[in-house]
Design a protein around this ligand. Sequence first.
Ligand code: G1P
Ligand code: ZN
Length: 544
Amino acid sequence: MQIETIPTTPYNDQNPGTSGLRKKVKVFQQPGYLENFVQSIFDSLGDISNKTLVLGGDGRYFNRVAIQIIIKMAAANGFGELIIGQGGLLSTPAASNIIRKYQAFGGLILSASHNPGGPDEDFGIKYNVSNGGPASETYTEAFYERSQAITEYKTANLQDIDLDSIGSQQIGTIKITIIDPVSDYAELMQSIFDFNLLKQSISSGYITLLFDAMSAITGPYAKRILVDILGASPESVINAEPLEDFGGHHPDPNLAHAHELAELMFSEKAPTFGAASDGDGDRNMITGSNIFVTPSDSLAILAANAHLIPAYSKGLSGVARSMPTSQAVDRVAAKYNIPCYETPTGWKFFGNLLDEGKITLCGEESFGTGSDHVREKDGLWAVLFWLNLIAVRRQPVIDIVHDHWQKFGRDIYCRHDYEAVETPIANSIVEDLRKQLPTLPGQTFGEYTVKYADEFCYEDSIDGSISKNQGIRIGFENGSRIVFRLSGTGTVGATLRIYIERFEHDASQHNQDAQIALAFLIDLAEQLCEVKKRTGRTEPDVIT
Ligand code: G1P
Ligand code: ZN
């Protein structure tokens, strides 16, 4: 195996965001762009000789090309083994599981999650550490710093590897193992949920379901688990073939993008349960006949019912949510007397809490829920959790949700996204909000009096690291909140996210449409940030 050292010059934009480095495919296709970033990661990891690296992605355009490049670089940089999903495919939660199960040193996951794919769309890469979770900011800052000083990268002069044939081969100093991307994950799911009960509930017709894989990575996982193992009909999984461009759609599971599913679930033909996942399989959208479950509610409901699931029957050690996620799960934690942590946006902030056993379940309002079974959020896991719950409680989704609200009250919630805002405008919106913060506490708007107004700063209770500027929060005396933050995953301009919530205790008021119930706070948010005024827009691009 001949190793070549190729001279290179730094690119100045290789700063990872909320979840790895995401850019347009065209950016990644620039000479040395991917190579620089991968070498910067390898250079920052310490001793990697003879270590095992897991490699796979969501199958989007450029996935296979990138995998071949990384194989050669991993070989040249001294890794001892590569474990790669067949076809270069691994869902993000499955990759996390493989890293943990095979005690790998780490993994490279190729994905831009829910962003569109194709030659003119997005690509991404992120590094996960040995616990299976996304690298912390200490790592990602080191990758970026290294990328600014890089002068060369190493690659091995190898033939392309056949990614489609399962098995191991030794090439020079590196062993390359191609594995079935689904089996280990399917096994893990069977160790968590009651598969016998699920099989019965599906074969008896008590549960009918539809899963929309959105032409992304979860197709093969859903077909194996839901159809082959649990016996759901083959038509239960739609858009099951992973496509390089996701069929031209946003593989983002929300009511806007999973509209085929959404329409059916609000029709007379709706099955008991409907769900969708995203590009890389870590997000989930949960619906039942005539109901959409907000991710924040879903997290709270899973927490409140976890004892009904075999793996969590002994109860939860604690729960966590990202700061903009609604406070619904906090109410469950308070009732069960377990700790509830509030972390910045991004799954990496849950890693330490999970590793230390301080939490069992966690989630984000952005359609992410997960547990200590891996160190990523997990779309199909959430789907199986809900199915298991429906099977045990023998209640439709709508009743499970309404019961929950009755018991805990409802945190009415929505998020408004303004996408591709010109970066200077977005920055000035945030700066001007920041300036208003000291003057807001004590001010009253209608029936809302501001209790606190600050910028969220998180101190990790385990490693003491501090993450500043994690979103602007305006909290009211009655528990309502407005949160503003800029996205860290977009690739065009800036995306302003506005998160709004209000607690409603009165059950007679629970069946309101969130946009109507939150209208006052939505207007107030505009009054405070003036995004419509400054951008000339009349409405958000996406409402979830
Ligand atoms: C978004 C979500 C965040 C999630 C991340 C990765 O990040 O808001 O909760 O962890 O995608 O899936 P953002 O674009 O807001 O930085
Ligand atoms: Zn994702």
